[in-house]
Design a protein around this ligand. Structure first.
Ligand SMILES: Cc1cc2nc3c(=O)[nH]c(=O)nc-3n(C[C@H](O)[C@H](O)[C@H](O)COP(=O)(O)OP(=O)(O)OC[C@H]3O[C@@H](n4cnc5c(N)ncnc54)[C@H](O)[C@@H]3O)c2cc1C
Length: 431
């Protein structure tokens, strides 16, 4: 019997990097699939906003790639249109100005006396480790209490907006930025060379990557916001229209998926509300009149007196984003997605914070700006999160539903990993 036209062997939810990765793998395997995407553009966070002729990428600004096959595949989509740069980020401290990031690798940038206090305390922490129950304990054991109080606690608190002793630490074991004790000691004596690299298109912006990938995936249905999933019927509903699948691959945030799925036990729903919490980010993109010789690429701000946690000077990060007569700057502030945000107030605080720093004070008032609400910037790492996510994934797999990407795995990942997760899930199913 012929299958109805709204039946697909594979349906993929979301056309961000994870959904696009799944689309590529389906194409490579000669399989027919349909990608359902809520907005009218592909890429998810890998898109670009334009203000007064300046390009601002939504989330990712760097292609943090390595020698892996996956990284090489991603670069191949750029067809030679890329440049490689060393990662040279910084931290701003009112007392000492710009110092290296992560600061525990660049202690040489601090005065001798401060360095000594940090190293004494680090030695003490390593000789008398605490029992690790939370992210806070993990930070103290890794870097010592003094450095934590000075830099890490205020920064992480500003980033996560929750008490650090309520956060799990397991995820920190796998995150890329870790500095072991030997490196801390070495970096307290000499300026260490960069140890990470990134790529960025030589022409255009991050869409130089998104668009060629999109051309190689199968059919994408835009403006298709998925509203419900019926596991028994193997169907998804989009604005009243039903699509049927054999396999469903979702890159949408797991908390949302759990809220629209039937059947899903009240137990699963209850724990989804408990464990699956997100942290949002508002990105404030500003354009100032004139060109300035600004220091820094991505600058981190641990201190409370600055409302933002990161400021990116786009032309220093990626030369192609430089504009004659204009200076584009991108600023990230963590927000609780539950709380209503007064954007005018936020902009005012951001400009007041900028004015406290000499090099930004000269920029004056922006001539253009816009806000980007990133509702799912990071999953909140609470104790028990990964175990719960695994259980939920196992349940969905019983019904041929699989998850990938930041939202689907409910874990932080870079864009290259999101792409790979999408590809891997298809390859796993086809096996
Ligand atoms: C502030 C920030 C900075 C970052 N910087 C970097 C960086 O420098 N380098 C790097 O490699 N990575 C970076 N990342 C991470 C990177 O952006 C992500 O890992 C990657 O882009 C995620 O891809 P994804 O497909 O998992 O999710 P997304 O890009 O979020 O894609 C999900 C897609 O699903 C769609 N969707 C949502 N709801 C529905 C629905 N109901 N129905 C249909 N479709 C729906 C969305 O519109 C979207 O297109 C950054 C992330 C953030 C938040």
């Amino acid at each position: 019997m012929q299958k109805p036209s709204n039946h697909y062997k594979f349906i993929v939810l979301g056309a961000g990097m994870a959904g696009l990765g799944a689309g590529i793998a389906l194409r490579e395997a000669g399989e027919i699939g349909l990608i359902l995407e809520k907005t009218d553009k592909p890429g998810g966070l890998c898109q670009t906003q334009n203000i007064l002729g300046c390009d601002f990428d939504y989330g990712p600004k760097l292609l943090l790639l390595n020698d892996s096959e996956n990284s090489q595949e991603i670069l191949s989509f750029l067809n030679g249109n890329y440049e490689k740069y060393p990662v040279q980020e910084s931290v701003y401290l009112s007392k000492y100005g710009f110092v290296g990031f992560p600061l525990q690798r660049y202690l040489v940038d601090l005065p001798e006396e401060e360095r000594k206090k940090i190293l004494d305390d680090l030695n003490y922490a390593h000789e008398h480790p605490k029992e690790v129950k939370s992210f806070k304990d993990w930070l103290i054991n890794s870097y010592g209490e003094y450095f934590c109080e000075l830099i890490l606690f205020p920064y992480e608190q500003k980033k996560w907006l929750v008490d650090l002793d309520k956060m799990d630490y397991q995820w920190a074991l796998e995150r890329p930025i870790k500095v072991d004790k030997d490196e801390v000691l070495k970096g307290s004596r000499e300026t260490l060379p960069p140890n990470r690299w990134y790529y960025y298109p030589k022409h255009s912006n991050i869409t130089a990557l998104t668009l060629p990938i999109t051309q190689k995936v199968g059919k994408i249905q835009f403006k298709a916001s998925v509203k419900s999933i019926n596991l028994k019927e193997k169907s998804v509903t989009v604005e009243g229209k039903k699509y049927y699948y054999d396999y469903l691959i979702s890159s949408l945030p797991l908390d949302y998926i759990a809220s629209i799925t039937t059947p899903l036990s009240s137990e699963f729903k209850k724990y989804s509300r408990k464990f699956l919490n997100r942290l949002g980010i508002v990105v404030i993109n500003l354009v100032f009149q004139g060109n300035y010789d600004l220091q820094g690429t991505a600058i981190y701000f641990p201190e409370k007196e600055f409302v933002f946690r990161r400021v990116s000077i786009l032309e220093n990060l990626c030369p192609v984003l430089k504009r004659k007569g204009l200076t584009p700057i991108s600023i990230e502030v963590s927000v609780n997605p539950e709380e209503k945000l007064n954007k005018n107030e936020l902009l005012k605080s951001v400009l007041e914070s900028l004015a406290k720093i000499e090099q930004f004070a000269q920029l004056g008032t922006p001539i253009g700006f816009d806000f980007l609400d990133i509702e799912f910037a990071y999953p909140l790492q609470v104790n028990g999160l990964s175990e719960f996510v695994n259980k939920l994934h196992e349940y969905y797999a019983l019904y041929n539903v699989y998850h990938c990407g930041r939202g689907g795995k409910f874990d932080y990942c870079n864009l290259d990993q999101a792409y790979k997760q999408g590809k891997d899930v298809v390859q796993k199913i086809l096996k």
